[in-house]
Design a binder for this molecule. Sequence first.
Ligand code: ZN
Length: 263
Amino acid sequence: MIDSHCHLDRLKLEPGQLIGDALNHAQTLGVEKFLNVSIDLHHFDQLLSTAHSDERVFASVGVHPNEMEQNEPEREQLVQLARDPKVVAIGETGLDYHYVSEGLERQRARFRTHIQAAKQAGLPLIVHTREAQEDTIATLQEQGAEQCGGVMHCFTESWEMAQQALDLGFYISFSGIITFNSAAALREVVKKVPEDRLLIETDSPYLAPVPYRGKPNQPAYLCEVAGAVAELRGWDLDEVDHRTTENFHQLFFGLVDHPGEDV
Ligand SMILES: [Zn+2]
């Protein structure tokens, strides 16, 4: 299986434990590759070196909508950083109106910059969206995001929004939230997403699934997400593994040539 969205440089490790140890543990449970997702640019070198030092790890480049950066990222800068062969996506980017009521125009401008960078770099987008359904879809449409495609990560919105994203060629990725008691409506969305557009992720170290809820999340817990998807779709775990792995390869390795990657 592949953890399509995690923040490895933020994992809460045990004393003496290395990122590689957490990945080895995940691998013993069947999680074999990891997309280490960028939130800001001042830690990007570190994020990229994690990907360079471990062949199981890939990276993205981008600035989270809620992240305060001294300098706004520029399109050319993102495209330049994305030239590294280990970078397979632009993001995470998007719109999040949950915690903020101001700076929304800055968020929207930053989102547009990322979409333009993804189109220019020929890489898919990793989109974070929360309480900004209409603006997220409108921005993706207005900027022609169907030309780069991407994923709505840690999806928690309605089936209507999922459909609009699917219409733009996007994939839908589910996290441990689908195991939460309160997520009954979201579990219905998990059942409906076409099998060739479904991805799974942990979003570690955030949002640990049941039965680890409240604890720091780690890539090994992807098994809980996969188990929940299996139950909801009536698949066995092998089928979840097979389909989501194939979808990951299609989305993140389909558009660019990654030497050494046997798809
Ligand atoms: Zn994330």
